[in-house]
Design a protein around this ligand. Structure first.
Ligand code: 4AD
Ligand code: MG
Length: 431
């Protein structure tokens, strides 16, 4: 018997095939049983008709329990009514392992219960769709940067210095030395850009942030491009083209998944470069006009502020030129206005908040040294980073896109905890 997967059944219409699967759900009457089958590649309905199969096959179908593993055989048929387009007319069932009392039933469960059962919850249709969209964003990311001539570089995860500020660091011991889990690969990527021109990394990052919001994870994945000879303006162009590419790729390749999630795709269709830009000054002025009296020039923008700004646009919006005092030590001050930096945060539409932080980097040796000292950072620790400004320094820029926030936005999922297989949250290290 020909063994295949659900994703490949379209090749075998009117043929009998064998599929290894799990029984996601089941309905049966005296004459017919409907098995919702899943195999990781997709979901298909198996129909078992009592009068068409040996009695023991029908009895096996009626008895099989939720999440039992099976080898199922049957004839593939076109099915116009299902969103998938095919169903299987079952001819045989071989139970591999019978599951007893699967904890996640088709009824409603609370989020904490589901999070405690994340190792099983991942099997559900909705979680499956989110993980497939996550995977498509990763695939489209490699496609985009490879096509643009970037070299993938892997910065270290154990570091001796902080990239984004000390308070959110996970400290550990590196034999006798103090070490930290990486908050961002950026500093090492700057070194790599001076060797390879245009580079990008994709890896895990760690922030010991005690934030309990729908946008914060303790461990998250970041895509970080870094480009030699690119200024602030060049940097924004890469960002809007990259984000447009991943959104359009998901629309093209994840139609079924977006449907499963009930995503309003008309909102995503509009996501095409160029994206609107406003300065931090304009953002503050806009917020005051909207009645946000709680924020003054020099204050960081909170989630409600970002959402209010994003609501005026149907595309992601860049907020540029933040006050120097709010941003990391390495950002290039605006030559015309030292109190702001050549940076941008990209705010996603529909209240999903900041998905990218980026900037032009300081390339002048003396200025970088001064900024390190002003920020009370240790010159010895940053010696190698400063040396990049000593030997053939060039203007360069880069950014970091948070994968989970991007998945949340594109999938239309409320909370980032559902966008990573095993979320690390302030109170969660299990499973
Ligand atoms: O704005 P951030 O902190 O920027 C950097 O780390 C730069 N060094 C990146 C660079 O220029 N190479 O973080 C970048 C993005 C944010 O815009 C957000 O999408 C995501 O990373 N992010 C988080 N995502 C989930 N949970 C958290 N705690 C996050 N913190 C940042
Ligand atoms: Mg940021």
């Amino acid at each position: 018997m020909l063994k295949t997967t659900i994703s490949e059944v379209y090749k075998y219409v009117d043929q009998e095939v064998k599929i290894g699967a799990w029984v996601a759900n089941k309905r049966s009457s005296g004459k017919i049983a409907f098995l919702q089958l899943r195999d990781g590649t997709g979901f298909i309905q198996g129909v078992v008709v009592k009068s068409d199969v040996p009695e023991e096959v029908f009895q096996a179908a009626k008895a099989v329990t939720q999440e039992s593993s099976v080898y199922i055989t049957g004839k593939i048929q076109k099915d116009e009514r299902s969103p998938f387009g095919y169903e299987m007319l079952v001819t045989g069932i071989e139970v591999i392992q019978a599951a007893v009392d699967y904890p996640i039933t088709p009824k409603e469960h609370g989020t904490e219960f589901l999070m405690d059962h994340r190792h099983l919850w991942l099997r559900s249709r909705r979680q499956h769709a989110i993980m497939k969209i996550r995977n498509e964003i990763i695939r489209a990311t490699y496609e985009f940067f490879n096509e643009q001539g970037f070299v993938k570089v892997d910065p270290p995860i154990l570091t001796g210095s902080s990239a984004e500020g000390g308070s959110e660091l996970f400290a550990t011991k590196y034999f006798d030395e103090d070490a930290y889990l990486s908050q961002s690969g950026q500093l090492h990527l700057e070194a790599a850009a001076m060797a390879l021109g245009k580079v990008f990394s994709f890896g895990p990052t760690f922030r010991a942030e005690k934030s309990k919001t729908r946008r914060h994870l303790i461990e998250f994945w970041m895509i970080e491009p870094e480009m030699a000879f690119y200024d602030h303006e060049d940097n924004l162009k890469v960002q809007e083209e990259y984000v447009s590419h991943i959104v359009q790729s998901v629309l093209k390749n994840c139609e079924l998944e977006l449907k499963t999630l009930g995503r309003d795709t008309s909102k995503l269709e509009q996501i095409k470069a160029p994206f609107p830009r406003i300065t931090y000054d304009e953002a503050i002025k806009f917020l005051h006009e909207k009645g946000f009296d709680d924020v003054q020039w020099g204050d960081d923008l909170g989630a409600p502020h970002e959402t209010a700004i994003a609501e005026s646009y149907d595309k992601p919006v860049f907020i540029t030129h933040y006050p120097t005092s709010l941003k990391a030590f390495y950002m290039q001050p605006d030559p015309n206005r030292e109190e702001v930096v050549l940076c941008a945060d990209l705010i996603a539409p529909e209240g999903y908040g900041e998905i990218i932080g980026g900037s032009e980097r300081i390339h002048d040796y003396e200025l970088m040294k001064q900024r390190i000292e002003e920020n009370n950072l240790d010159l010895d620790t940053y010696k190698w980073y400063l040396e990049l400004r000593k030997y053939g320094s060039v203007p360069h820029s880069g950014f970091g896109l948070g994968l989970e926030r991007t998945v949340a936005w594109i999938s239309g999922v409320e909370h980032v905890r559902e966008t990573i297989p095993f979320p690390r949250l302030i109170n969660r290290l299990y499973p």
